[in-house]
Write a protein that binds this ligand. Structure first.
Ligand SMILES: C[S@@+](CC[C@H](N)C(=O)[O-])C[C@H]1O[C@@H](n2cnc3c(N)ncnc32)[C@H](O)[C@@H]1O
Length: 328
């Protein structure tokens, strides 16, 4: 009896411990969303910050208390408090090194969706994605650019690419990087979200990158491209439409042109914890679709006149791959 009780206590402790990292994400997310790390950049009392921003002092005290326990803030409760430098650098809104947008996506989109599964599975009506998520998603995708970009440049160089089409280009981060590395390559991006496309145009000022606001499914283009890219795009399309994506890409590509796909993959060798979790998130939304798998993409490629050149894991822990197909 005694042993069973201890085992139960041990199990309770285990799940408590497993949830402990949530406190870190909660603290960092709150700090980012109210820009509290910035507010405490210089040593200051909690009382003063509460007065300055009209925050409830007792709740701000609690956030400070947790921050001190986690080592995100320094100082003594009741005295002046200061954010650790790295928290200001990576979690302030104004910092160009900020990763706060990722916390926003995880805490405001992913976790609420995962918590809704108990209703969704029973078929209850649940309203998800109330706010405009286009901006957040385009920003967080951009965090992968530095790792993915070398894969892209090697294709552009090796295949002597002269014209690139980026489908679902978001804020056009890849096109920017290509523009700086290959100033002579003609670059076009298509983005369905009007606000995101506008932000992309703003960011591309002073370059000759063409950024079009269009749904790729209804997009008419007489040009031919040497490289079509579809990065983090497949979960926006149903299985039938994914085949159409390949067909459309094939039509727009010159002979021996390449289709470059970057995506998390399910049922692949690497990063299945992340990929399956991401897949659960996607599947919960009516307007989103499951994460693709390699076999599925290969079958579309076969039906639309492509041969597969490679499938390379780029971020193994996240199950993120780059797939390259060549038009026959
Ligand atoms: C997850 S973001 C990825 C952005 C960028 N490709 C990257 O990897 O950083 C996908 C983008 O595709 C856009 N998109 C979705 N469906 C589209 C369609 N039918 N036509 C054009 N763009 C689309 C979305 O609005 C979103 O900005």
């Amino acid at each position: 009896m005694m042993i069973a009780e201890y085992q139960r206590l041990w199990q309770a402790r285990k799940w408590m411990k497993k949830n402990e990292p949530f406190l870190q994400a909660w603290h960092a997310h709150l700090g980012y969303s109210l820009d509290l790390f910035k507010a405490f950049e210089k040593p200051v009392t909690t009382k003063l910050i509460a007065e300055r921003y009209s925050y409830k002092e007792d709740l701000l005290e609690r956030w400070v208390e947790v921050g001190l326990a986690l080592g995100y803030l320094k100082g003594k409760q009741g005295k002046k408090i200061q954010s650790k430098k790295r928290m200001v650098t990576y979690l302030s809104k104004s910092s160009h090194q900020s990763v706060g947008i990722l916390l926003k996506e995880m805490m405001e989109l992913h976790i609420p969706t995962m918590l809704s599964y108990r209703h969704l599975m029973k078929g209850d009506e649940v309203s998800l994605l109330e706010e405009d998520i286009g901006h957040t998603v385009a920003e967080t995708s951009g965090l992968l650019e530095s790792v993915m970009f070398p894969k892209m440049t090697s294709v552009v160089k090796k295949e002597k690419v002269k014209r690139v089409l980026d489908v679902g280009c978001g804020h056009g981060g890849y096109l920017h990087r290509l523009h700086h590395k290959f100033p002579d390559v003609q670059l076009t991006g298509i983005e369905a979200d009007a606000k995101v496309q506008k932000e992309a145009v703003e960011q591309a000022k002073g370059t000759d990158i063409t950024l079009i606001h269009a749904d790729f499914m209804n997009y008419i283009d007489q040009n031919q491209y040497d490289l079509v890219m579809m990065n983090n795009l497949f979960y926006y399309f149903s299985y039938q439409d994914r085949l159409k994506l390949f067909k459309r890409a094939s039509k727009l590509l010159s002979k021996k042109g390449h289709l470059f796909i970057m995506s998390p993959l399910v049922r692949s060798k690497h990063g299945q914890r992340f990929a399956t979790g991401f897949n659960s998130f996607m599947s919960a939304h009516e307007e989103m679709y499951p994460v693709p798998n390699e076999k599925e993409l290969q079958s579309y490629a076969k039906k639309t006149g492509f041969t597969q050149v490679s499938c390379t894991p780029v971020i193994r822990e996240g199950g993120w791959y780059v797939l390259l197909f060549k038009k026959k």
